[in-house]
Every structure is written in C-alpha cells, then in structure tokens.
Design a protein around this ligand. Structure first.
Ligand SMILES: [Zn+2]
Length: 374
C-alpha cells in the first residue's frame, strides 16, 4: 500500500512523511480510528515508505525491490501481529501459522479495509475466540531481537491490540517503551478504551478520522465507477465507513426507502399480520441486506432527530425521503428516537452473532410498535 492508494487524509499523510524526513519518528505509534477508518492502510503505507530505497518527497517509489516486497506484504522487516483463534491440540502450529499469514497477506492485497468481523469470517473462526495470544507476545520480542534483514528499520504492526491477552500486553511493555534502535511499533486500533493504560501511555496517538463524504464519493466514482444515484445511496448507508461502502457496491440495489416507510407505518398501526410478513421477508434477505436495512433505519432516526432540531439542511437525506421524515417526526420525540436507536443497535448486535433473523426482526418490530405508539 502506498500513500497515493489511500483516499483523502492529506494532513495525516504529510505529518507521517515529515516525521521520516526530519528523522523524528516516534518509536511506538497508535493509529486509532472507528470501524471503517483507514488506520491500517496508513500504517501499511508508512511502513512501505520507511523501507523504500528510492523514496520521493510524497511517497514510496513502488518499484524498488523493497517496495515490491512491501506491496505484497512479504518484506522481511515488517512483521504482523493480529487476532486469531486458539489452536487445537492436534494442529500443526507452524503450518497453521504459515497458512494464516498467507491468508492475511492475500486479504490485504485484495482489500486492506476489512474489519475484525470480516477477518474472523475469512479464517472461519468465532468471535469470542479471537485473540492475540500470550505466545504472540513472546514472538514479538523474539522477532525484534534480530537486526533488520534488508532495510534500515524494523516495523512491527499490531492490528487490533485491544484483542491482546493481558499477559501478551504486559509482556511487551518493556520493549514498547525501549525498543531496539530503528525499531518501530505501529499499533492499529478501533478501541483505545479497551487497551491497557500502560500500553496507551507508551504510544503516540495518531487519530485517523473517517473519510468525509466528498472523499468517499470521489473514491467510489474514480476507483469503482459507481453511478451518481447509487453513490448517494451508498454514502448515506455507509456513514463514512469505507469498508461498508465497498461492500455496498457489490450488494444488490435495495429499495430501503419504501420498505422502511412501510415498516414504520405498520409498527405505528400495530398491524401484526403485516409485521409477521415483514419478518418473513427480512429472513429471506442475505446478511448484507439485513445489515443494510438496520444501517438505513439508524440513518433515518438521525435524520428525524435533525428534523426535530430544525437542522434538516445538514442531513444526508435524499429528496424522496424528505416527506417521510417530516411526517415521521410529527409522531416522534427525542426520547422515542433514542429508544428506537437503541433497539435497532441491539437487534444489529444479535444479528451479527447469528441469532434467528426472523425472531430478531419480529421482536424489534413489536418493541418499536410499543415505543412509537404506546
Ligand atoms: Zn521503493
């Protein structure tokens, strides 16, 4: 990954570039961003730039031997640590590790914007098992005890350090504070609040905001050639999350607007047979569309809240939805909106954990009915 491959974020990029030019690179940096922010791509591009033998002012050259390895994520002086499942007793540890690293590299090449949930799906694991093991902590220290092979630097990228086993996290505190010369830690996290304070205090934070809609829009247009009207829908659903936006490109076009309005009307009227039929329909949708309907619902709650605050002009709303939001906001108040937000967020959580889509949706509908028309 080169800096040029990453849309937007020019301010952060130039700060990182300056740190190298001025030879003032913090030895432990925490790239922090919400889900869908480009903190991992930035760390990858930064590592690539450090190793490049022919850097120009703004980016790695992309063609030297170091770059050709970095672009395939096989540079011997960049190491990766990431969450994985626990190994089973009968498994050959070295083989599983080699295969996992291969999967990791090919995933980065295909789409470096994936989330932890995507990664767990890729290696066919389960949520609750994902962790950076105690053993991985020991390996970090071992890897960094060796001198760089080809570059002047060694880079250790720890993706999702919030998944570190406490003993792994404690085990690396010393080396994180005082790494060997020319060794850099890039921690890439979505949840600083889940990191040990002792880890936080030893890193310099690089806050990576989500992409603004303009940058996301340009990227979808230039990189994927997505049409204007579809881009508008995607931007609204993705809410700044590039990973979600890319998934939406390949998902079927959904007509959430009508479906959602109809759903809310049925909740309001407490039309139970219709809500049951809705739950059946929902069950038939693929996972992505189910998730997108919930995202859409949250987006519409946001718009309704803005409407209440008299700030409708700043929303992402499409012209066809204006009437619905105006009507809907008449029967809603702030506490109802908050309640529904929470209900949808909870339903989304259960859906991600593979609960029955039909039951989740029906339960959600009944609760919404109770909230908006008590
Ligand atoms: Zn190069």
């Amino acid at each position: 990954m080169k800096f040029a491959d990453i849309p937007g974020l020019s301010e952060i990029k130039s700060r990182l570039l300056d740190s190298v030019k001025q030879n003032h690179i913090a030895h432990a940096q925490l790239f922090l961003g919400k889900a869908g922010a480009l903190n991992l791509p930035l760390a990858l591009a930064y590592a690539n730039y450090l190793h490049c033998q022919n850097k120009n002012g703004d980016d790695a050259c992309g063609t030297c031997s170091a770059c050709s390895k970095s672009l395939k994520y096989i540079h011997p002086d960049t190491s990766f640590v990431f969450p994985f499942r626990a190994l089973r007793k009968e498994e050959d540890e070295d083989r599983v590790k080699a295969e996992t690293l291969k999967l990791w590299r090919s995933s980065l090449i295909q789409n470096p914007y994936f989330s932890i949930a995507d990664w767990i799906t890729l290696y066919e694991g389960e949520d609750k098992q994902a962790a950076i093991s105690r053993e991985a902590g020991r390996e970090i220290i071992k890897t960094l005890s060796l001198k760089p092979f080809e570059s002047s630097y060694k880079v250790m990228i720890i993706w999702q350090p919030e998944f570190m086993h406490p003993s792994a996290a404690n085990g690396i505190l010393k080396i994180l504070e005082e790494p060997p010369p020319n060794t850099f830690f890039f921690l890439v996290s979505n949840a600083a609040e889940r990191l040990l304070p002792t880890i936080l205090s030893r890193t310099q934070m690089v806050q990576v905001p989500q992409l603004p809609d303009e940058d996301l829009d340009t990227y979808l247009k230039e990189k994927y050639g997505v049409e204007d009207s579809r881009r508008q829908e995607i931007l609204q659903l993705a809410d700044g999350d590039l990973n979600a936006a890319i998934k939406l490109i390949s998902s079927e076009e959904d007509h959430f607007q009508d479906r959602f309005a109809d759903w809310m009307r049925s909740c309001y009227k407490r039309d139970y047979p219709k809500l049951v039929a809705f739950a059946d329909d929902f069950h038939e949708l693929d996972k992505l569309s189910q998730r997108n309907l919930f995202h859409y619902a949250l987006g519409m709650m946001r718009e309704t809240l803005l409407q209440h605050a008299g700030a409708d002009a700043v929303g992402r709303i499409k012209s066809g939805e204006v009437k619905f939001v105006k009507d809907f906001s008449k029967i809603m108040n702030v506490s109802k909106i908050e309640k529904i937000n929470r209900l949808v967020t909870d339903a989304h959580y259960h859906l991600e954990r593979n609960g029955s889509a039909k039951m989740i949706f029906l339960d959600l509908s009944l609760n919404i009915a109770k909230s908006i028309n008590p």
